[in-house]
Design a protein around this ligand. Structure first.
Ligand SMILES: Cc1cc2nc3c(=O)[nH]c(=O)nc-3n(C[C@H](O)[C@H](O)[C@H](O)COP(=O)(O)O)c2cc1C
Length: 200
């Protein structure tokens, strides 16, 4: 791939995917049909704990993340695993069909899982919308906006006078002139290709 940042220009939103026993932050969500029973597809990495759980359940929820929503939600749900973290601990939530729903986001929909498609790295879970409720009429955050404002949203702090390598996915900062070969981000497991060099 020549320029992976072009993919940020595909208008994707930002969401929390939640199901009975796991939740994670996602951007790879598309509405794939409209009409009376809209279908929505979400792509979940196979290495995510949520993927394992999504294979076992029959319903899941997608919450829409807005520009005014708490950016800590991105960190809580996007950088840690449900396997060993209670991701909802710091947020107001309620439950529907045993699925935790955060109250302070734009809104949520509950979907019934109707199909799955496997590829080598991801599973596409297709859901039929059963219910949807909006809590506020705020502007949703796009993935492109996130990419352009990530450092301030994630409060990335770097030390002056040092060369920093910043993970383009989670904002983790590594100091050093070069990144070691086979370097993997300790927070989000991305490889060194995802790091951008910054002289401070
Ligand atoms: C902005 C952002 C977008 C993300 N998009 C996706 C996505 O579309 N699909 C996915 O599987 N993981 C995505 N992730 C990564 C997961 O949220 C992350 O790996 C999470 O820690 C998995 O948690 P789990 O192990 O509890 O499933 C994204 C993370 C961030 C911060």
């Amino acid at each position: 791939m020549k320029d992976k940042t072009l993919l940020y220009k595909i208008s994707q939103g930002m969401y929390v995917l939640s199901t009975n026993g796991a939740a994670c932050f996602v951007d790879a969500v598309s509405q794939i049909s409209g009409g009376e029973n809209p279908l929505v597809c979400v792509a979940v990495m196979k290495k995510n704990y949520t993927n394992l759980v999504m294979h076992k359940i029959d319903k899941f929820a997608l919450m829409i993340f807005g520009k005014n929503d708490n950016p800590e939600i991105i960190k809580s749900f996007g950088f840690y695993s449900s396997k060993n973290t209670d991701k909802f601990a710091n947020y107001n939530y309620f439950e529907k069909f045993n699925i935790k729903i955060i109250q302070d986001m734009i809104g949520y929909m509950i979907l019934e899982k109707i199909d799955t498609i496997e590829n080598d790295t991801h599973t596409l879970f297709i859901g039929k919308v059963l219910e949807a409720d909006k809590f506020k009429d705020d502007e949703p955050m796009t993935y492109n906006y996130y990419q352009e404002h990530k450092e301030e949203l994630l409060k990335v702090q770097t030390e002056k006078g040092k060369t920093a390598w910043i993970c383009s996915v989670c904002g983790y900062v590594y100091y050093g002139e070069t990144l070691p070969d086979n370097f993997v981000c300790p927070i989000c497991s991305k490889s060194k290709e995802f790091f951008n060099r910054k002289m401070l």
